[in-house]
Design a protein around this ligand. Structure first.
Ligand code: SUG
Length: 445
């Protein structure tokens, strides 16, 4: 049966802002306190989805979460009406309250780790919602992400959605951003590559390593993966210290192609040997390694070259790299891309996409999407209201233009009006995406 690699993108949330909340993410730190443009950000993300859907790729939509998330402030002891909780939060615990307002769930590559049914022992697709336990503002996403995945992939005959791993540092998990799947064909059994920055509790780098070996081993076990086709690789400490807080900032892969920077792994030769061994007899992996000499790691981080989507474009023999527009401003990257497509390797074209609002928080085109390989039967079992088409595009465009603020400063987030503004918008979205009753916290209280 033929399978496709679908992309499910997170919609940029109503409170998209530059809080400077992600230590080790250089763009987040650099743009702290800037005024954001939520409407523009959401429309940029939507345009990317529409473009790929129009090209014939299967494209899904994941809903933003309710923000501010007053549950966090209530857990921290603030009480009273919703308005009082937010006001008191800003007055007495501003950092915590800023975290409760973050729209970071838009970066769907961090929503979950996904193992297609061709790889799992029970023949179902497995998802593990990420606990995102390293960053406070992201640690509140997991349970609602699980609900969103359940809304999209609710049929237990085909899908199994696991809850987040335990919320302890040794189980730190940031989802598919540290996971790559290589294969001969999407529907064939593949090699799953899990990348971790530390084994468990140790903290030995200047910036946090957000994924652990304990977490990825746990996920591989619960997804029922064949260990002979599973590779665990340590992320390069040089890359983490240069600002590659997720592996997908230095590496992307699809089909039989792994495209990565020379600093991506602690021991590149070992990773290549392990992947070759795991793929043996099934497919011939192709490794496209970019040297420090061609593109220095600092240019990798500013341009986000590797936070590109590597896709099979309908009708094209070679893969297409969908890179952030910022790549066009980095001479070493421009030169490299010209050389890349002029060669006869697996990548035949580079396209640039404008997701600047997200990029300024360290989220490129690949961060915004979660890849889900679907057989025809599985695709038929997905919630159809969450799949992009002309009608959904038009409805979401109208919804964004109606509800999103044009600009947002950190002070604006202290205005209690944003609570109801958000709820009204998400109430409408619940209907548009057919998310079911009691989907959002405010709909359950
Ligand atoms: O977790 N930025 C996100 C960016 C996530 C990018 N995802 C992948 N690489 N897959 C993060 O660091 C910034 C929020 C702020 O500073 O307001 C933030 O959370």
């Amino acid at each position: 049966m033929s399978s496709v690699e679908a992309n499910f993108d997170g919609l940029v949330g109503l409170t998209h802002n530059y809080g400077g909340l992600s230590f080790g993410n250089l763009a987040s730190a650099k743009n702290q306190g800037e005024i954001s443009r939520p409407r523009e950000g959401a429309l940029q993300g939507l345009a990317k989805m529409k473009w790929l859907a129009d090209a014939g790729l299967v494209q899904g939509v994941l809903p933003p979460q309710e923000r501010p998330f007053l549950g966090l402030l209530r857990d921290a002891g603030f009480a009273g009406t919703d308005r009082t909780v937010l006001e008191q939060g800003w007055k007495h615990a501003p950092a915590l309250t800023a975290a409760s307002c973050s729209a970071a769930s838009m970066w769907a590559a961090n929503a979950a780790t996904v193992s297609p049914s061709a790889d799992t022992v029970d023949g179902r697709m497995h998802f593990t919602a990420a606990n995102l336990s390293t960053m406070l503002h992201r640690s509140i996403e997991g349970p609602q992400t699980q609900r969103a995945l359940q809304a999209a992939f609710g049929d237990p005959k085909h899908f199994c959605v696991h809850g987040p791993l335990p919320a302890h540092s040794s189980f730190a998990d940031e989802g598919a951003a540290n996971h790559v799947r290589l294969c001969a064909d999407h529907g064939a059994p593949g090699v799953e590559l899990f990348v971790y920055g530390r084994e468990g509790d140790e903290t030995n780098l200047a910036f946090p390593a957000r994924q652990t070996l304990r977490s990825v081993r746990s996920i591989a076990r619960s997804h029922g993966l064949d260990m002979s086709r599973t590779v665990f690789a340590r992320q390069g400490s040089r890359a983490i210290e240069a600002g590659a807080f997720h592996n997908d900032v230095v590496c992307v892969g699809t089909r039989n192609c792994l495209f990565f920077h020379e600093t991506a792994f602690e021991n590149t030769a070992q990773v290549i040997a392990d992947i070759n061994k795991a793929a043996d007899g099934r497919f011939e992996p192709v490794f496209v390694e970019v040297s420090e000499q061609d593109v220095p790691i600092r240019d990798v981080i500013t341009s986000y070259l590797f936070n590109s989507m590597l896709v099979e474009w309908p009708g094209e023999a070679r893969l297409v790299l969908i890179a952030p527009a910022e790549c066009q401003n980095t001479p070493s990257v421009v030169r490299y891309c010209e050389k890349l497509v002029a060669g006869n390797g697996p990548i035949g074209r580079v396209e640039f996409v404008d997701v600047r609002q997200s990029m300024r928080n360290g989220g490129g085109p690949a961060c915004l999407r979660l890849r889900v390989v679907l057989t025809e039967d599985e695709l038929a079992a997905v919630n159809p209201s969450m799949l992009m088409n002309d009608q959904l595009f038009a409805r979401l465009q109208t919804w964004i233009n109606k509800h999103y603020r044009e600009t947002l400063s950190l002070q604006d987030l202290a205005d209690p009006a944003i609570i109801d503004e958000g709820r009204t918008a998400l109430g409408d979205l619940t209907g548009i995406l057919a998310l079911g009753s009691g989907f959002y916290p405010f709909q359950r209280s």
